[in-house]
Ligand binder design. Structure first.
Ligand code: GLN
Length: 223
């Protein structure tokens, strides 16, 4: 499994250096069902996406959003989670909606859908390539926000929550930038693996395993 372990709570490194998180645990449960040994390779997000096609990994699991461009080089399983692109700003920022992002320095993670949407032309709902920086990973993008190099960061909701929790002085705008589906990617044409993964996923969904893994990392908000 190729991944980018800077995307909590889907994948991150614990104090002992192990890669943990929702994707790591779902992958472990799938591997157990299929009688396979799970090996997790940490790399940048672009590399993780390219790895199945080049044979460096068998699957990519990295909170990967299914989109048409990626479907040209990867085949995807059924969806196992949903993601929403959100905007992180410093408390007191004059950015209060996605319209206010016009003319601002936007931070994203390189190669992600957040980068793809924001760097698109204004006619297509983006802000133009010059407005957007693709940082190495989510942690680096948030660091740039903290030290004022970026005015806002567009990233998936679950890691946004984690980064805001870990860095006082940041908040998440209410507005949603985009709604997405996460799935596991395999090399184009590897239908044997895709089918096996879908069967395992369906079983793990039916017996509640996937939901309990997600609930463990994303506790339902207290009312
Ligand atoms: N869901 C986003 C995407 O697929 C971000 C994933 C990530 O940064 N790991 O582009």
């Amino acid at each position: 499994m190729s991944t980018n372990a800077a995307f909590p709570p889907y994948e991150m490194t614990d104090d002992s250096g192990n890669i943990v998180g929702i994707d790591a645990e779902i992958a472990a449960a799938i591997a157990e069902k299929l009688g396979l040994e799970l090996e997790i390779l940490d790399m940048d997000f672009d590399g993780a996406l390219a790895a199945p096609q080049s044979g460096k990994s068998d699957i990519v699991m990295a909170g990967v959003t299914v989109n048409e461009e990626r479907q040209l080089v990867l085949d995807f399983t059924e969806t196992y989670a949903n993601g929403v692109q959100k905007v992180i700003v410093p408390e007191g920022s004059d950015i209060t909606s996605i319209e206010d992002m016009q003319g601002k320095k936007i931070g994203t993670q390189r190669g992600t859908t957040g980068y793809i949407y924001c760097s698109d032309t204004p006619e297509n709902g983006g802000y133009g390539e010059d407005a957007v920086t693709g940082y190495e990973d989510g942690a680096t993008a948030v660091q740039a926000l903290m030290n004022g190099q970026a005015d806002c960061v567009v990233i998936d909701n679950a890691p946004a929550q984690e980064y805001v929790k870990a860095n006082p002085g940041l908040k998440i705008l209410d507005t949603e930038f985009a709604n997405e589906d996460y799935a596991i990617g395999v090399a184009k044409g590897n239908t044997a693996l895709q089918d096996a993964l879908n069967t395992a996923l369906a079983e793990l969904q039916a017996d509640g395993t996937i939901q309990s893994i997600i609930d463990k990392y994303i506790p339902a908000e207290a009312e």
